[in-house]
Design a protein around this ligand. Sequence first.
Ligand code: SME
Length: 167
Amino acid sequence: MFEDKNYHSLPPEEFWSALTNDMEHLLSSEDATITTLANSAALLWQALDQINWVGYYLYDGDRLALGPFNGKPACTTIPLGSGVCGTAAIKKEVVVVDDVLSFPGHIACDAASRSEIVLPIIIGNELFGVLDIDSPVVSRFQPGDASGLTRIVEIIASKIVRPNVLL
Ligand code: SME
């Protein structure tokens, strides 16, 4: 599908335009939610350079539980308010951490991670979960990434029409 696309060589404006376009075409509201989460994580893994983890933590009504991802095995549950993910989830705000070593409470699933961005996913005014992306490079995520990924998360959220992940 997008296997041969070399996203990494595109200048930023073309990159975000290609990625939003491809994400829109890859995902369908007909698919099960877990399918949407799995394939969107895979496309982000393919498209974003200098990252070592991308995936979801899903809100189960109590805490965040590990969802579909690409990268090394990760922490399975995160309390709301803990770490970068739990902070973004409780505040319902995008959190960018330039250097995880100076973020109090950062949860280190992989010691190689040095910077991180977490975007809340809100569906029908309710917290659904977060998209978490880690990088081995300090300050990997710039304002352009936050705005581009906010648009990507809007597309992903718009395709999730059933709260049960298997439906
Ligand atoms: N670093 C995250 C935990 C999840 S892993 O990065 C995959 C945090 O502090 O919430």
